[in-house]
Design a protein around this ligand. Sequence first.
Ligand code: RB5
Length: 149
Amino acid sequence: MKVAIASDHGGVTIRKEIISLLEEMNLEYVDLGCDCTTSVDYPDYAIPVAEMVAKGEVDRGILICGTGIGMSITANKVKGIRCALVHDTFSAKATREHNNSNILAMGERVIGPGLARDIAEIWLTTSFEGGRHANRVNKIKKYEEIYFE
Ligand code: RB5
């Protein structure tokens, strides 16, 4: 599995924590920044990661900002993206099993790096259940096919 990861200035600490997890898990990754200490705009980081996932250049994406909200709103504008904003381990497992989420968003002003690491590990290692959940995800895909270029 190959993962693209990015954060804005509000998510640098958790991004570095997750990169160390990816290395421990021997997963290939692309780090799209930022390494900034000044303020940047989260769409400039969410869109490149979401496009890499949508184009199949990577299998999954991880996005971190202050709340995770701006990153998740932006990523979900990209066709084919199912970005889940997650701040607990139950949802990390459920969103993979039920939603087949392909991007994980988290907020560094909401949770600490330890919980973020646990969430990311569960999210990266949990499989989609398919079945009735596939029917539901397919309804999202069908809507995208009809209404988005
Ligand atoms: C940046 O101040 C903050 O707005 C951003 O990190 C994020 O929380 C937006 O949703």
